[in-house]
Design a protein around this ligand. Sequence first.
Ligand SMILES: [Zn+2]
Length: 409
Amino acid sequence: MGAVLDLAERLLGGELDPAVHHPFAPLLELEELSPTLGFVSSFANVTALRTPEGLLLLDASSAWMAPQVRTLVRAWTDAPLTTLVYTHGHIDHVGGAELWLAAEPGARVLAQAELPRRFHRYRLTAGYNACINTRQFRVPVRWPASLRQPDELVQERRVLRLADEEVELRAARGETDDHLWVWLPRQRAVCTGDLFIWAVPNAGNPQKVQRYPLDWANALREMASLHPAILCPGHGPPIIGQERVQRALCETAELLEDLCHQVLQLMNDGAKLDDVLHAVKAPSHLLERPYLRPIYDEPAFIVRNLWRLYGGWWDGNPANLLPASERELATEIATLVGGAGRLVERAQALMEQDQLPLACHLIELAARAAPQDPAVQQARAAIYRRRAQTQTSLMARNLFLVAAEEGGS
Ligand SMILES: [Zn+2]
């Protein structure tokens, strides 16, 4: 067993804590899952199928990882690349395509029918995407000016034949509206794209477009109905063994279904967003699974995404329908309590009592009422640093750290 499958074993066996040994961390190794199926652990993984009729790649990895990924794949096989399938259009999965196609221009690129609309949106919102990804990952992100367009689009389902291998592409909505997951019946392998990522599903991301949790769960159930023995995920190592794969797929579906069910029930009862946010709880026994820890996204963010999916933008608070500016409100409250300094004092006291959500609300009021006051900014930075330390998800932690670092509001 190589390092990639060894990582999976140790995570599944509880020997490694996913919060410490993040399953996303690229090992930059290719591991053979069968004599003809290679899996490259990159940040976004690449699965390679070699056949007498050429090489099939599922995802191309990112522009920055593709040179290393290509070296690994080319050390494994010299079969010419004939087909590259995008599991979805996120840049860490497709950004490497240009490198592959520059070297092997004869290959065709297949994607789900919605993918070109994503690329169009990326052109419209390049600055926004650079900004939000810089915040999410806390590293400077430059958004690509262009991405390799697909040559062929898949509407719902398509079966490719490469020598004696069938490659079944199935369209789904989940993390994105442009997913294709892939079933390789001869290998008994399912390649999930980001419908499985060794973490709570990225179905709530606070800065990004709509996600589709129930469609996502349905896709996972469909995969499980095929009884795969190998699961090649979008991020993190493969899972081997029919029973384990079944459990990983079904439990991920169950988590999403449970959250959807709770949110819909409250919405149908006429609840407001605040009630929904504080009433819905993700099943704790599922969050303990090594592949469902909230280390990337956050169940509470999924609840908000469901509210957006099934409802409107209004949270149900009439004051928020046509609100005053945050600064006007903060100034009014600061005046009422005797100045921004009083808000800071109370926020610090709440922080000491570990009441961090409330501390954040009060320090934001202080920062808006007195944006130039260095003492307010200092207190604000300390509160958000503390808040970040309490977070398990990368998204919440990094957004709080960015707040701590910005020194203004
Ligand atoms: Zn991904």
